[in-house]
Design a binder for this molecule. Sequence first.
Ligand code: GRF
Length: 189
Amino acid sequence: MKRLAIFASGSGSNAQRIAEYFKDNQEVEISLILSNKKNAFVLERAKDLGISSMTFDRSMFYESDEIVAILKDKNIDLVVLAGFLWLIPSSLIAAFPDKIINIHPALLPSYGGKGMYGMKVHEAVIENEESVSGITIHFVNENYDEGKHIFQAGTELSKRETPETLAAKIHKLEHEHFPKVIERVLFPQ
Ligand code: GRF
């Protein structure tokens, strides 16, 4: 059995998609969904999906080893960041070496780093009149969006692209690819 923990700060559409993708897979379990926001919609989705969830604050995340202890206690094999906005503490990275992955809504290394998330990314891509954008799934290290790339997929921008239409295209790519990439990371050929 491979056990996943998913961290999310917001809506959680990727978390839901991942849970749905592995629903009938006897070898994979979404053991826990964690959020740094008590009112994050991902927690509603977790409840509807019947997945345990918990929230934490900065002191718990950065000044205690509680989260690492919980993940170890649950025998988590892979930590998935799906719209999680805080930097990962080195203690968590050390506890799960090459076992934490993140999805970013742009073709890194462009449009990444601190403060580049959500609509800000799409606005910057359009502002710079890029012809393509896309997603990057990567291993997580101590810096935002800098870990080794695992997967990228692109999409062309139309002449009249808006941040909203681009966000929709990017979400579609995420939902299509993230679960499959997670499966490949869990079960390398
Ligand atoms: C996604 O666009 C992802 O690339 C980024 O945060 C967003 C999360 O969306 N890291 P959702 O909460 O999964 O709907």
